[in-house]
Design a protein around this ligand. Sequence first.
Ligand code: MLT
Length: 392
Amino acid sequence: MNIKTNSNFKNIKETYLFSEIASRVRRYQEENPGAKLIRLGIGDVTLPLPAVAVEAMVRAANEMGRQETFRGYPPESGHEFLKKAIADHYTADIRLSEIFISDGAKSDIGNLVDILGNNKIIIPDPVYPVYVDSNLMSGNKISYISGSSENGFLPMPDQIREDGAAVIYLCSPNNPTGAAYDRAQLTKWVEYALKTGSLIIYDSAYEAFITGDLPHSIYEIEGARECAIEVCSFSKFAGFTGTRCGWTIVPEDLKADDGTSLNKMWFRRQATKFNGVSYPVQCAAEAVLSGEGIRQCMRNIAYYQENADMIAAVLDEKGIYYTGGKDSPYIWLKCPGGMDSWTFFDHLLGKAQIVGTPGEGFGEAGEGYFRLTAFGTHENTKEACSRLRELL
Ligand code: MLT
């Protein structure tokens, strides 16, 4: 062929982090067919969907099978019934025209680069790899601000060296570190964005795990409507990793340097490249935001939080430094004995048959750290904890 490819792909790692882990685990399993693996790597849920979601999907599927209630394409940015349920879920005032339903936070985070030009990009390190990869794929240059045990893995604007406007990615509670910004810290970020004319892309996919008095949404902070897009998901809150549904809020107040509305641009982008989420899934998403739906989801989250407590207890016993596990399903620990992340990955897999995620996969500042997820079953997590107790 004589076609050219996007040469920016040369700047990203050859395989996506979780694909790399999956292929290493496959190899290990081939070599050790009898091994009983416990998977605490990718943050995938294990509990089945809440009953309200299943009931809503069945009802909607039946509607789709009857002439009188059949529906074709959904509205570009989602059904109004789901947008209303999402707007009601926020304490801040969010207009329905500012809500965009999608197949999940990952797609939206990856696609937002489509509407943004050549900006300075600031990304905390370590962080969810999609922020970095999607910007590198678009040829953007990234400045990193490091998390560390000194700042509790919560980088702040005073770490930014360059002046002027930037697109800043924040994730709170953070993936992978589980650390979450408090109100004062998030206020500093919003003030910084307003002062410099920056845009914050705020990933709140793990907000349902917050137990303390911390902001669940950036719109709880005054001024955020003028500087922030928020991306959220039903994946971790309602177990939708395989069902696929999320949403993005693009406030109408967001205006670029030439006055262009980001809300209008995102609508245009989605209308062109995305045909919406299926009706049964949107009905299920609406159902989990009802009073009973939230109760069922929170029961599942409490179950995962018990897993996090079990893992944290082992690390406390062993005196190993960690963050997360309290307002997050992730526990971010310092690799014991000064091991680097991938060495500890192999050690844990080889000696205890536990799969985790090496911190280095989330950025340079993650080297020497390791992420375990609380999304396993109680049984597997208990077994993993006893293996960890022996090994560490
Ligand atoms: C993770 O393990 O970091 C997440 O499951 C990835 C994702 O949500 O896409």
